[in-house]
Design a protein around this ligand. Structure first.
Ligand SMILES: Cc1cc2nc3c(=O)[nH]c(=O)nc-3n(C[C@H](O)[C@H](O)[C@H](O)COP(=O)(O)OP(=O)(O)OC[C@H]3O[C@@H](n4cnc5c(N)ncnc54)[C@H](O)[C@@H]3O)c2cc1C
Length: 618
C-alpha cells in the first residue's frame, strides 16, 4: 500500500518543523519513519529526525508545537510495543484534563497484521485517546492502517496529495549531508573517552567498553558475568536450548515477568568481510570520533544528532574495528531504507538498474521481499552482491544502524536466585533457500563466550505481572522456551504460599526437550502445581497445549468464571497464542453455554482487567 502522508504542507510554516515519532518492535515503523522524513526533506518541508518513543519524554507531548506524525506498530493480540508504553501509561491516566492536548496537531499511521482480531489496535487506541484529550487530527475522515500481511503492505512510501506538494522537490537520489562526521584521531577538545584499541580476533569484543565495560548509551546497563550455559535438550536433538545464568549486582530485585536485554558483538569474520568489501575505509586501527553535523532542516546539530539512531556514538572515540565489531549492525536482514542508501551511493549502471527495480513502488516491494526478507539474506551478503558500492565513512552509522539488543524473559525469581539472572534460550539456527544456514547473532555470540566473560544486562518490565492476591488461581500456558517467565511466576508464587497454579507446558518429546522437568516435579510434590504436559510427537496424533486445555474445559471454566483466575500465555507468536485463545473460548462456550460473541466479550473483559496476558515473540 502507499502511505499518503497525513500532513498537509499548508499546515506548516518554517518555524513549525514536522515531528515524526515511531513505535516499533521489529524495525518496520522505524524504516517507514525514516522514508517519510527523507521524503519531507526532499520536498523542502521542515522536519526533525524521527524519534523513537523510547527516547521521548511523555510529559513534553502537550508542548509539541508543529504537526506530529505518529507511526505506531501493534504487536501480539493488540498490544502496544514496549517503546511506547510510558506514553501509554501517561495518556491513559484518568485525571488528565480533557483539553490537555489542545495545542497538539497530529496524525496516526498504524501498522498491524490483519490476521489478528485487534488489527492495528495500538494505533487506533492512540488516535482515539489523543482526540479525547483535545488534540486536533490534521486530516480527518481518513485512516491510515497498514497491513503487514498484504503483499503491498510490505512497502510504505510517502506520497503527498498533489495539491499540497511544494514545488521543485530535490531529485529522489539527492544525498543529504550525514548527521555526524567522523574525525580521524582523538579530539583533545572533546570530553571523549577513548575505548581500548583491540585488534585481536577475539569474539566477544565488548572489552572495548573500556573502564565501565558497559554499552555507553546512558540507558541503565548493568555489569553481568556469564556463569552458566548448559544444554537443556538432549544432545542428539536438533533443537539446542540452553539454561543461561548471569551473575549481576547482588541487590538487584526484579519482578516475575521481567525481561532482560542483551547486546551482542559482531564476529571478527563479519568485520573482516565488511572491511574487505569496503577497501576505501581507513585502516581498522584508525581512531575515530563522530561529531554532530548541523543540517539546514533541523537547525541545531545537537537536536539532529540526539534524534539520530546512531546518536549513542556521538563524541565517543574508538577504532574503526571496534566500531564495526561492537556498535554497527552487519548481519541484520536489511529493509527498504538500506536499499535506498545503496542506491544513493551506487555508480555501476547494472547495480543502479537493479536497485531501481528493488525500489520501484509499483512493484509493491516484492523484489526486496523475495531477495532479502524471505530468505533472510544478511546485510553483508547484500553488500557482496553489490560490490561496486562504497559507503563513505561519515555515513556508516546511519546506513548500518546500531546492533539491535535482544530480549529474553527472566526464568527465575530474584528472591530464589539472588544476584543472578536465569534465562532459557533457544539457539537460533535454521535454513532458508540460501546455501549458507542462518544463525542468530546474539545466540552465536553467547555460545562463543567463555564462562566468566562480561555480559552486560539491562532489565525492563514485561507485559505480564503476577496477581498480588495469592488466593487468585493462575493458569500458565507456555510451550518451549515460552515457559521461561512462567517458571519465575511459579517460584514467586510458591514463596508467597500461593498454591493454586496450573501449568500447560508443551514440548515435542518427553525424553528430548522437556524443559525444567525436575523443577516441575518438585513443585508438584510440594502441592504447588497442577502440571499438564503436551508432548506433541510422542504419539501418532499430535497433541498440543490447546488440546489439553479443551480436555480440561470443566475445571478451567470454573476457575475462569467463578474463581477469577488469571491466564498467562507465553512463547512463540506463531499459531500458538491464537489456538490457546480459541481453546479458552471453547471452554466458555462448551461448559458455560455462552455464544461465541459472549465468550469473546468475556475474554476481552478479562484482558481489560489484566486477567488474560500474553508475552509472545517471533
Ligand atoms: C519479550 C521477549 C521475550 C523473549 N524471551 C525469550 C526467551 O525466554 N527465550 C528465547 O529463546 N527467546 C526469547 N525471545 C526471542 C529472542 O529475543 C529472539 O529469538 C532473539 O532474536 C534471538 O537473538 P539472535 O540474535 O540469536 O537471533 P536473531 O539474529 O535476532 O534472529 C532471530 C530472528 O530470526 C528469524 N528466525 C528464527 N528462526 C527462523 C526460522 N526457522 N525461519 C525463518 N526465520 C527465523 C526470526 O525472524 C527471529 O526473529 C524473546 C523475545 C521477546 C521480544
Amino acid at each position: 500500500m502507499v502511505l499518503t502522508l497525513p500532513v498537509d504542507h499548508q499546515d506548516t510554516d518554517e518555524s513549525d518543523p514536522i515531528q515524526i515519532f515511531y513505535a516499533t518492535e521489529t524495525g518496520t515503523s522505524q524504516d517507514i519513519a525514516f522514508s517519510v522524513y527523507r521524503h519531507l526533506r526532499l520536498h523542502h518541508l521542515p522536519s526533525v529526525t524521527p524519534l523513537s518513543f523510547s527516547e521521548f519524554d511523555p510529559v513534553s507531548l502537550p508542548l509539541l508545537s508543529g504537526p506530529v506524525l505518529f507511526i505506531v506498530s501493534t504487536t501480539g493480540n493488540g498490544e502496544p510495543t514496549r517503546d511506547i508504553r510510558s506514553l501509554w501509561s501517561m495518556l491513559m491516566r484518568k485525571d488528565l484534563p480533557e483539553d490537555v492536548l489542545d495545542e497538539v496537531r497530529f496524525s496516526v499511521f498504524g501498522l498491524g497484521d490483519s490476521g489478528y482480531e485487534r488489527f492495528n489496535w495500538a494505533g487506533k487506541i492512540l488516535r482515539r485517546r489523543l482526540l479525547a484529550l483535545g488534540a486536533e487530527e490534521l486530516i480527518r475522515d481518513k485512516e491510515w492502517w497498514g497491513d503487514e500481511r498484504s503483499s503491498g503492505g510490505r512497502i510504505l512510501t510517502p506520497e503527498f496529495y498533489p495539491s499540497s506538494l511544494p514545488p521543485d522537490p530535490l531529485p529522489p537520489t539527492h544525498l543529504f549531508p550525514p548527521t555526524m562526521r567522523a574525525s580521524l584521531g582523538p579530539l583533545s577538545d572533546l570530553s571523549s573517552r577513548t575505548q581500548s584499541i583491540d585488534l585481536s580476533n577475539d569474539w566477544p569484543g565488548r572489552d572495548a567498553y573500556g573502564q565501565t565495560n558497559l554499552p555507553d548509551d546512558g540507558e541503565g546497563w548493568m555489569p553481568g558475568k556469564l556463569v552458566r550455559f548448559d544444554r537443556m535438550t538432549d544432545e542428539d536433538w536438533p533443537q539446542d536450548v540452553r539454561q543461561v545464568e548471569i551473575d549481576t549486582e547482588p541487590g538487584l530485585i526484579y519482578s516475575p515477568g521481567s525481561i532482560v536485554q542483551l547486546v551482542p558483538s559482531n564476529p571478527p569474520s563479519s568485520v573482516d568481510r565488511f572491511l574487505a568489501l569496503q577497501p576505501h575505509l581507513p585502516s581498522p586501527s584508525t581512531l575515530l570520533t563522530y561529531q554532530a553535523e548541523p543540517t539546514p532542516n533541523s537547525g541545531s546539530a545537537d537536536l539532529q544528532s540526539v534524534n539520530s539512531p546512531s546518536s549513542h556514538l556521538k563524541d565517543l572515540t574508538f577504532t574503526l574495528y571496534a566500531l564495526l565489531r561492537d556498535h554497527l549492525d552487519l548481519t541484520a536482514v536489511p529493509r527498504r531504507s538500506f536499499f535506498l542508501w545503496l542506491r544513493l551511493f551506487a555508480t555501476d549502471p547494472r547495480e543502479v538498474e537493479r536497485l531501481d527495480e528493488f525500489l520501484d513502488v509499483n512493484e509493491g516491494g516484492d523484489d526486496i521481499y523475495d531477495y532479502s526478507t524471505k530468505p533472510r539474506r544478511m546485510l553483508l551478503e547484500v553488500l557482496s552482491d553489490f560490490k561496486g558500492i562504497k559507503i563513505p565513512l561519515d555515513y556508516l552509522p546511519e546506513v548500518l544502524g546500531r546492533i539491535r539488543r535482544r530480549e529474553f524473559s527472566i526464568a527465575g525469581s530474584s528472591t530464589t536466585h539472588p544476584g543472578k539472572i536465569q534465562l532459557c534460550i533457544a539457539m537460533v539456527n535454521y535454513k532458508t533457500s540460501l546455501k549458507v544456514p542462518r544463525a542468530g547473532l546474539l545466540t552465536s555470540w553467547l555460545r562463543s563466550l567463555p564462562l566468566g566473560s562480561s555480559c552486560p544486562i539491562r532489565v525492563v518490565s514485561g507485559t505480564m505481572t503476577v496477581p498480588q492476591n495469592p488466593k487468585v488461581p493462575i493458569i500458565l500456558v507456555g510451550p518451549g522456551t515460552g515457559v521461561a517467565p512462567l517458571r519465575a511466576f511459579l517460584e514467586h508464587r510458591l514463596l508467597e504460599k500461593a498454591y493454586d497454579n496450573t501449568l500447560y507446558f508443551g514440548c515435542r518429546s518427553l525424553s528430548k526437550d522437556y524443559l525444567y522437568e525436575s523443577d516441575w516435579m518438585r513443585m508438584e510434590k510440594a502441592g504447588g502445581l497442577r502440571l499438564r504436559v503436551a508432548a506433541s510427537r510422542d504419539q501418532e496424533d499430535k497433541i498440543y497445549v490447546q488440546h489439553l486445555i479443551k480436555q480440561d474445559a470443566h475445571i478451567l471454566y470454573t476457575k475462569l468464571t467463578e474463581e477469577n483466575a488469571h491466564v498467562y500465555i507465553s512463547g512463540s507468536s506463531n499459531a500458538m497464542p491464537r489456538a490457546v485463545r480459541a481453546a479458552l473460548l471453547f471452554c466458555l462456550m462448551e461448559i458455560g453455554k455462552m455464544t461465541e460473541d459472549e465468550g469473546k466479550r468475556y475474554m476481552e473483559q478479562m484482558e481489560e482487567e489484566g486477567r488474560l496476558c500474553e508475552e509472545c515473540w517471533s
